[in-house]
Design a protein around this ligand. Structure first.
Ligand code: SAM
Ligand code: SF4
Length: 329
């Protein structure tokens, strides 16, 4: 087996698969209010194509962790069956899903039964009016119901992803932490990144890792958890543990040197970085009859050319053409 290794010796074992670019929310840091022009259906990988590519990933390329994302992955028809097929791959990957939580209450148990190990649910606020301001839809109750259902279905540890935006929800850091601590959910704050479709990112609106720490340590003692490995979150024990809180400081404390992720978009393009400016087409050769070995080789070449880092602080930084929702966050 030839693993996915880049020119800096980084080995890629963690695959993010976007199942759709569509979404039922319109988070301001992700999409414009009117949404985006969605990918035409024939361009999307079919279930068979996804299972084939992920199968090549786990058998030939050393992928051992598969995260399903989007857009909103719960909008993909037949998701439970697809999860079942991916869980049936040999060797079996650790299978997780990142979702906004809408509709999760309905499918959490079926997803767990089909072989999903865990979920990450995005939750930026506990206030219905702030939810509408941030996500432009009145769906907070669905998200909270989804979180409860995920925990009840054993999709644990349930991780909660929160993006704080200045003067919108940055006053809620402690409330969100207490909410998660009370329910055994594992909260991680993510610095806002320049990946929105409307290119409206403004560094001054981003709440930095330092600011998040300052907000949390008003009420809690945070001690670093020493082992980080390739995980992007800097984890802290809260008040001595065992509960933890994470901070994903992609902008102010980049973790590119330890990155082990590679992405497959819903239309079959390999991206070696969230911020990559080019991608490698697997769908065209796949549909033209390429063998597993040929597809694996293309995939290796796509990862081999990965850049050292995202370069957000570099004056020449250019935001990628695809927004987060079409890459797979
Ligand atoms: N729709 C699902 C969700 O919201 O969880 C999955 C896709 S979403 C793109 C994945 C994660 O990316 C979410 O936690 C979301 O908050 C985060 N995200 C989206 N745009 C972001 C941005 N500009 N900066 C930082 N995180 C972002
Ligand atoms: Fe949808 Fe997730 Fe983007 Fe929000 S962050 S608009 S839920 S894809």
């Amino acid at each position: 087996m030839g693993a996915l290794v880049d020119g800096f010796g980084r080995v890629h074992t963690d695959l993010r698969v976007s199942l759709t670019d569509k979404c039922n929310l319109r988070c301001t840091y992700c999409m414009p209010p009117e949404g985006l022009e969605w990918m035409p259906a024939p361009e999307l990988l079919t279930d068979d194509e996804i299972v084939r590519l992920v199968g090549i990933g786990v058998r030939e390329l050393g992928i051992n962790e598969v995260r399903l994302t989007g857009g909103e992955p719960l909008l993909r028809r037949g998701l439970v069956d697809l999860v079942g097929r991916l869980a049936g791959l040999e060797p079996r990957p650790h299978l997780t899903l990142t979702t906004n939580g809408i509709g999760l209450a309905r499918v959490a148990q079926s997803l767990a039964d089909a072989g999903l190990h865990r979920v990450n649910v995005s939750l930026d606020t506990l206030r219905p009016d702030t939810f509408v301001a941030l996500a432009r839809r009145d769906r907070l109750a669905d998200v909270l119901a989804g979180l409860d259902a995920a925990a009840a279905a054993g999709l644990t540890p349930v991780k909660v992803n929160t993006v704080l935006i200045r003067d919108v929800n940055d006053g809620e850091a402690l409330e969100l932490l207490d909410y998660c601590l009370d329910r055994g959910l594992s909260l991680r704050f993510i610095e806002q990144m320049p990946l929105d479709a409307q290119h409206g990112w403004d560094r001054r609106l981003m709440i930095t890792a330092d600011e998040i720490m300052a907000k949390l340590t008003v009420a809690h003692e945070l001690t670093p958890v020493p082992v980080r490995g390739s995980a992007p979150a800097e984890d802290y024990l809260v008040d001595g543990g065992p509960a933890t809180v994470g901070i994903i400081a992609s902008v102010t404390r980049p973790f590119c040197a330890a990155c082990d992720r590679v992405r497959l978009t819903a239309d079959g393009q390999v991206r070696n970085c969230l911020f990559a400016r080019d991608e490698s087409d697997l769908r065209t050769p796949l549909r033209a009859g390429a063998s597993d070995a040929e597809l694996a080789e293309r995939w290796r070449a796509a990862v081999a050319g990965k850049r050292a880092g995202h370069g957000i602080d570099d004056p020449s930084f250019l935001q990628p053409a695809r927004p987060m929702s079409a890459i797979g966050g």
